[in-house]
Design a protein around this ligand. Structure first.
Ligand code: NAD
Length: 384
């Protein structure tokens, strides 16, 4: 039997829109789901933005105060897509009110914040899904299966990279992302959080690390009005960038494998250059988000001069079959969010978690906090 599930979205910037579109599309791709999301309400503090979202996407009501969602009996599940400093307060309040949450990474400003939300979710017995979308890519799941199969031998090392230019423009506005109080970490929370999750998803737990960070653009112009995403602000009063633009980090895994994670938000010439290279004693697998549906794989028994071949993922790899009938038909970024919505709603329907959970957010946050400690002490640190 199909039941309807009232959903709310809190914060209607880029991620608010992407979550909303995913709710609309999820029944198209996953008709077997026994819950159907209904867009009940959208909470957004910028005047007019919620009304515009309601008109475009069909929310039944709007509010400027997310606290009204806590008490709204029509709402059983909430997307928390507001800036990082609000994740803890909203996440805990929604879980305590008995609402399932689909919350964006990095889940707050620190491990303490992520843990507070994780505790509230587990105490309330609700489901909590986290926006680590890159692990939802069918090619990433195929890489994980390949590693687990042992075909690559014993994994020796991984390189994870996340290079972007979204903050490279010197006129990029000084939004919440660049403040310690509202953004928390800089590129650590924005990109390295995904990298830490991917590294763990593929290779298991990280036991220690040594990091170096830098701020390359130390001042930006304050925006003069409401922002969403990565707006430009020319001529505004300059203020300080309080968190890091860049991180480079050595990793050690419980398995004994080694790794390097590098992330930068001000890399001119890099657009979503996200990916990994995993090496084993018998082979290797490479993934590049910009060619999301492909893997480059080297396997065999020749060791030296062993060829690398391109493998297109297809039905049978992850959730690819829910989107395309055959290999090399492209899926895109938004499809990863549809998969995430599916896993969230399936968790709600079955009372069992699918996909990335709050426990994964806590582990990723612990890695980021260890990076900060490592930078402060100039030594190796362990994710607590
Ligand atoms: N998974 C991913 O790939 C991914 C990508 C981008 C952002 N994110 C995460 O999603 C979250 C949002 O990022 P974004 O890029 O959409 O940011 P954004 O700035 O585009 O949107 C945030 C929205 O929240 C609204 N908001 C602020 N305070 C509010 C309040 N008190 N009540 C209601 N709404 C409020 C803002 O007005 C804005 O519309 C962040 O935590 C970010 O880390 C994840």
């Amino acid at each position: 039997m199909v039941t309807s599930l009232g959903v709310a979205v809190v914060g209607f910037g880029w991620m608010g829109r992407v979550h909303t579109q995913a709710y609309a599309r999820v029944p198209h791709h996953f008709p077997q789901l026994t819950v159907r999301p209904q867009l009940v309400t959208v909470a957004e503090e910028v005047p007019g933005r919620a009304e515009q979202a309601a008109e475009q996407f069909g929310f039944a009501s709007t509010t400027r105060d997310w606290r009204e969602v806590v008490d709204d009996p029509r709402v059983q599940a909430v997307s928390i897509t507001a800036p990082n400093f609000l994740h803890r307060e909203i996440g805990v309040a929604m879980a305590e009110a008995g609402k399932h949450i689909w919350i964006e990474k990095p889940v707050g400003l620190s491990t303490a914040d992520s843990s507070a939300v994780a505790d509230a979710v587990s105490k309330a017995g609700v489901q909590g899904t986290v926006g680590f979308n890159y692990r939802n890519a069918p090619a990433v799941e195929a890489a994980r299966d390949l590693i687990a199969s042992g075909e690559l031998g014993t994994v020796t090392h991984i390189r994870v990279r996340l290079f972007s230019d979204y903050a490279a423009h010197p006129d990029g506005a000084l939004t919440w992302r660049y403040e310690l109080e509202r953004g928390g970490h800089g590129v650590l929370g924005d990109l390295a959080s995904h990298g830490a999750d991917l590294a763990r998803y593929l290779l298991g737990d990280i036991t220690s690390l040594a990091a170096d960070t830098a701020i390359f653009l130390p001042q930006r112009a304050r925006p003069t009005g409401a922002t969403a995403g990565h707006a430009l602000a020319t001529g505004g009063e300059l203020g300080p960038v309080e968190n890091e633009d860049y991180v480079n980090c050595l990793l050690r895994f419980a398995s004994g494998a080694r790794g390097v994670l590098e992330a930068c938000r001000v890399s001119v010439g890099e657009q979503n250059n996200y990916g990994f290279e995993v090496h084993g004693t018998k082979g290797a697998v490479f993934w590049d988000f910009r060619r999301m549906n492909e893997l480059a794989v080297s396997r065999g028994t020749t060791y030296q001069d062993q060829p690398v071949t391109t493998v297109y993922v297809g039905p049978g790899d992850g959730e690819f079959g829910a989107f395309q009938p055959g290999a090399a038909n492209a899926m895109g970024y938004d499809d990863l969010k549809v998969i995430e919505a599916y896993r969230f709603l399936r968790s709600v329907a079955e009372g069992v978690p699918y996909g990335a959970t709050l426990a994964d957010a806590v582990r990723s946050a612990a890695v980021l906090d260890a990076m900060v400690r490592s930078v402060e002490t100039g030594s190796w640190a362990s994710p607590a």
